[in-house]
Unconditional design. Structure first.
Length: 229
């Protein structure tokens, strides 16, 4: 049995990497998947591939840096795709630099996309979840948000902010049968002796989006091969 059969999921940053892997995994498990990202060409290719395999998928051009426009972009989906039951907040950018050299623009651009954009998407989508009294919010943070990293003060601050944001949302929405959790990946040479793969992050996201994880909320699942213990 497909674990997400009949559910509609929105995955941000779905045109490549972790987001693409999650979208593929969700579609394979029966979800109707809205693929959101800035790159329309990549999205169109992925939608075509998924639909050719029998999955239900559509593309949504979405730029999280333009938070004020997110509500209107989501409304453009139309009734067929608008009832989002599973949200995966994956989209993010980096603008690395040492603190002494980091510009205000580098700081603000990362916070705007990675943190404020996630807030704006979640705020819009959660309204439908509240009406249905069912929902899953899975946010992709990073072990950098737990342990910090030189040259990534902006990225670490945003990813740590996502953890605090998610824990607060989990407390607010638990009584509505809506869970909110974090997956914190790491992609460096680590005690496991290898790099992680996007598909391994997707597996964690699938569990948190499923019925089996209905009693799990406000948690951070560290998928880093032992980088952060």
């Amino acid at each position: 049995m497909h674990r997400l059969q009949g559910r509609t999921a929105l995955v941000t940053g779905a045109s490549q990497g972790i987001g693409e892997a999650i979208a593929r995994r969700f579609a394979a498990q029966g979800a109707r998947v809205v693929l959101a990202a800035r790159n329309e060409e990549k999205l169109a290719g992925l939608v075509a591939e998924l639909t050719a395999s029998g999955a239900a998928a559509c593309a949504l051009r979405l730029d999280l840096a333009r938070a004020a426009e997110i509500g209107e972009r989501l409304k453009s989906l139309g009734a067929e795709w608008s009832e989002i039951e599973i949200l995966v907040n994956n989209a993010g950018i980096t603008a690395d630099n040492l603190l002494a050299r980091m510009s205000l623009d580098q700081w603000q651009s990362v916070l705007d996309t990675n943190l404020t954009g996630t807030f704006a998407v979640t705020k819009e989508v959660v309204r439908g979840m509240i009406r249905k009294r069912w929902g899953r919010i899975v946010t992709i943070s990073s072990v950098v948000g737990l342990m910090g990293n030189a040259g990534q003060a902006n990225y670490a601050a945003a990813k740590a902010g996502l953890i605090g944001f998610t824990k607060s949302v989990a407390r607010e929405l638990a009584s509505r049968n809506i869970t909110a959790n974090v997956v914190a990946p790491g992609f460096v040479d680590i005690p496991a002796g290898r790099f992680g793969a996007p598909e391994e992050i997707a597996a964690a996201a699938l569990y948190l989006a499923s019925e089996e994880a209905g009693y799990v909320t406000g948690q951070v699942i560290n998928v880093s091969g032992g980088l952060y213990i």
